[in-house]
Design a protein around this ligand. Sequence first.
Ligand SMILES: [Zn+2]
Length: 85
Amino acid sequence: MPFTPDLDASQRRQVEQLVRRAGTTCEVCGSEDLSCDDRAVRTMSDGISVRLFCNNRKDHADGVVGTEQPLFALEQNDAHRIGII
Ligand SMILES: [Zn+2]
């Protein structure tokens, strides 16, 4: 199966919808305002995953936007539908 890790804006929106549907929140502040990175990664254990970043600046002690989150694993059929594999 081809692996196309580069995500365009529309693919990122689709991933972010999946993230919200899964109820994933920032592990630091609990915000649902998470953005998807523009590159998917393939890991041995979880298959296709994406890196997420929190957009909530005010509840992070260091005030940094883009606080990195753990990898979010995509279901294989979702990754296929979005066009990553
Ligand atoms: Zn956060």
